[in-house]
Design a protein around this ligand. Structure first.
Ligand code: ZN
Length: 343
């Protein structure tokens, strides 16, 4: 399995994350990629290749134009306003303000386009975000063109929390969603996205919620107890034409692999019944027992089995990197998953 990767992710090097009432160095940091690359060097699974460039057509189909232009200029506008720190939202259109205008001033705009406040937009963020999107599209192209049966898009920043017009949870452009849209435009009639990151893929769900050509399945920490808190419940099953094509498997704190894998097997059975042309796995290693911001209890060896079960579907599969923050072990667990996927 070849790996799509670019050093351009390093352009995203935010200094601050709002966590536990403090500004801390972000959990989503460039070193995450270094640990994965190091593990891939120790146990090579294929070539590491640079992304191609596919422009913005597919990105524009998945995200709103006003949101994308906000991302382009947010840092500069924040600087121009004389703000000292990195852009973090402080005010939102809440339930009591249900029909918001888009404010002109950057502080208001950030609140409009952010779904949460931990993720600061730093200098260089938008460049890294677009590079990450091309990493996803290149992987999608290899699968859609039949050049490869398995590909790994080593994306950073991640994407699955980003919706059509909101960023947060370290995500800005939804890499898995643009990969799915690319596949749909290049021969695939049906695509399934299986999200095994610890957190619910709220952005991916929202983007495809009313569609039956992209099925979305997510295994995650119960949103009642875990980020993103306001989406990812079991009763969210799709809307209109998409009814029945969104499946959530929320699970409680301390879920071990033995229980987690029961949900995985159910998800796999649903994917088999759906019979997609290709599969996208939103992979996060934050289901790991020692992840600093999550609460599942998966062990390193479990990732081999996870990959092998998904591979048994026999589908052309693009794995897209999402989260995972126990930085040292993220490499081991990610490569274990990829090795399992080729078993
Ligand atoms: Zn996550």
């Amino acid at each position: 399995m070849d790996i799509i990767y670019t050093d351009d992710h390093r352009l995203r090097a935010a200094k601050t994350e709002l966590y536990g009432g403090e500004l801390v160095p972000p959990f989503e940091c460039p070193e995450r990629m270094d640990f994965i690359l190091e593990a891939l060097k120790e146990r090579p699974i294929g070539s590491i290749i640079a992304p191609n460039h596919y422009g913005t057509d597919i990105i524009n189909q998945v995200h709103d134009a006003d949101y994308l232009s906000f991302l382009d200029t947010a840092w500069d506008e924040w600087q121009a306003a004389g703000m000292k720190g990195e852009p973090i939202p402080t005010v939102w259109p809440s339930r009591s303000m249900p029909a918001p205008h888009i404010p002109a001033f950057i502080d208001g705009k950030i609140g409009y386009y952010a779904l949460s406040s931990e993720t600061s937009i730093a200098k260089g963020t938008i460049e890294a975000v677009h590079a990450s999107a091309q990493v996803a599209l290149t992987g999608a192209d290899h699968i859609a063109s039949g050049k490869a049966h398995h590909m790994f898009s080593l994306c950073r920043p991640p994407g699955h929390h980003a919706s059509r017009d909101q960023y947060g949870g370290y995500c800005f452009i939804n890499n898995a969603a643009i990969a799915a849209q690319y596949m749909r435009q290049n021969g695939a009639q049906k695509v399934a996205i299986l999200d095994v990151d610890f957190h619910h893929g709220n952005g991916t769900q929202a983007i495809f919620y009313d569609r039956d050509d992209v099925m979305f399945l997510s295994l995650h920490g119960d949103p009642s107890d875990a980020f993103p808190h306001f989406l990812g419940y079991a009763d969210e099953t799709g809307y209109g034409q998409g009814e029945g094509y969104n499946i959530n498997y929320p699970m409680p704190p301390n879920t071990p692999y033995a229980a987690w894998v029961e949900a995985l097997d159910q998800a796999i059975a649903s994917i088999r019944a759906y019979a997609p042309d290709s599969l996208i796995v939103s992979f996060g290693a934050d289901t790991y027992e020692n992840d600093p911001i999550s609460f599942f209890k998966l062990k390193s060896d479990d990732y081999f089995d996870m990959g092998a079960r998904i591979n048994a579907l026999g589908l052309p599969t693009l794995t897209v990197m999402e989260g995972g923050y126990a930085v040292k072990d993220i490499g081991i667990n990610t490569v274990n998953f990829l090795i399992g996927l080729e078993r």
